[in-house]
Design a protein around this ligand. Structure first.
Ligand code: NAD
Ligand code: ZN
Ligand code: ZN
Length: 346
């Protein structure tokens, strides 16, 4: 089968021909129907050898949708032919966090060598992929896999982040979204659907701001050196109740902490350059600001998101590419010229 693999540190990923995998005991083989690409892939492919920990060659793709093609021995909770999406942050299933559905915070994954598909285990940018357990599948019924697959990460990550802050997002409050790309454009819509808050989006080009307004942002502001001032004109002295930073570079982290109001949440989702940090201290930032760094989301939250999709709550913007064009899709992602999510359709 064809697969897109990252094979050499610093090089672009390449299309290779590899054997089609067979499901072992407890595993499920999916025929991939859609796979989203994420800025995190670009980040890991930018890492030098000493900081790269995902194995080589790596079949990319941690947002996966597929049709169940074959079942390994002992799998009886799903049937061949079912259309599913994949819950990506695999855990052991047994520890306390996993028992809560929060496999994203599995306390034993590292020790057991359990890695998410596309971030250690073979991913979804291929004709077929192995899912380690039927527990990690969510049936999607008649939803379109192409517009549904981004929910597994570009949807799940902001959904988890926003749910934590719902009590703060009352009428009259402001939620600030920094970066209106793959994750940010879903965040804007989730904020509008789930809360009465005013939604203020930031990005670096007029096109992106226009896009942010078109999917529901009440305000869209350029993320430049005047951004904090512009944001404060809109929030007033109360500041923002929630800042979601989908970029995570020093200028956006500084913006996030400077516009956050008393008792607010500053939620850092963007990995940035992997080295930037939010500065908080007694005379730095508003009182009772909570800064957090959530990672992905919980299993039950993906099930909830798929329900929201069935309700027609979300309008996921996608640009489609064939597997043979996935290198081009990564170039567009790195250049910041995509609108919404790039989805590979093998
Ligand atoms: P993306 O490239 O689709 O979106 C990023 C957006 O930010 C783009 O629209 C870009 O124009 C904009 N941007 C760039 N610099 C900016 C700036 N200075 N100010 C405002 N906007 C700016 O990326 P994505 O796939 O949505 O991922 C976003 C980030 O989230 C990445 O860093 C990714 O690694 C990270 N991520 C984290 C998690 C997690 O669990 N914490 C999960 C998925 C992705
Ligand atoms: Zn991702
Ligand atoms: Zn666990």
């Amino acid at each position: 089968m064809e697969a897109l693999q990252y094979t050499r540190i610093g090089a672009e990923p390449e299309l290779v021909d590899i054997p089609t995998p067979e499901p072992g005991p407890g595993q499920v083989l999916l025929r991939v129907t859609a796979a989203g690409i994420c800025h995190s892939d670009t980040f890991i492919m930018s890492l030098p050898t000493e900081r790269y920990k995902y194995g080589l060659p790596l079949t990319l793709g941690h947002e996966a949708a597929g049709e169940v093609a074959a079942l390994g021995a002992g799998v009886d909770s799903i049937t061949v032919g079912t259309n599913v999406v994949v819950y990506g942050p695999w855990g052991c299933g047994l520890c306390w966090h996993c028992s809560q559905g929060m496999e994203n915070y599995c306390s034993r994954a590292a020790e057991l060598g359990i890695r998410p598909p596309g971030l250690g285990a073979p991913g979804a940018l291929a004709e077929y992929m192995i899912v380690d357990s039927a527990r990690h599948l969510v049936p999607i019924g008649d939803l379109d896999p192409v517009t549904t697959v981004p929910l597994t990460d570009a949807g799940l990550t902001p959904y988890h982040a926003i749910k934590r802050s719902l009590p703060k997002l009352r009428a009259g409050s402001t939620a600030v979204v920094i970066g209106s790309g793959g994750l940010g454009h879903v965040a804007i819509q989730l904020l509008r659907y789930l809360t009465p808050a005013r939604v203020l989006a930031l990005d670096v080009s007029e096109d992106k701001l226009k896009f942010a307004r078109s999917i529901g942002a009440h305000h869209a502001v350029l993320s430049d050196t005047h951004a904090a001032e512009e944001v404060r004109k809109i929030t007033g002295p109360a500041g923002a109740a929630l800042v979601l930073d989908f970029v995570g570079l020093q200028p956006t982290l500084d913006l996030a902490t400077s516009v956050a109001g008393v008792g607010s949440d500053v939620t850092i989702i963007g990995v940035g350059d992997g080295r930037s940090a939010a500065e908080v201290g007694f005379f730095r930032g508003a009182y009772e600001t909570n800064v957090s760094i959530p990672y992905w989301g919980a299993r039950h939250e993906l099930i909830e998101l798929i329900e929201l999709a069935h309700h027609g709550a979300l309008n996921i913007a996608v640009e489609r590419f064939g597997l043979e064009d996935s290198v081009e899709a990564y170039r567009r992602l790195a250049a910041g010229t995509l609108e919404g999510r790039a989805v590979i359709v093998p």
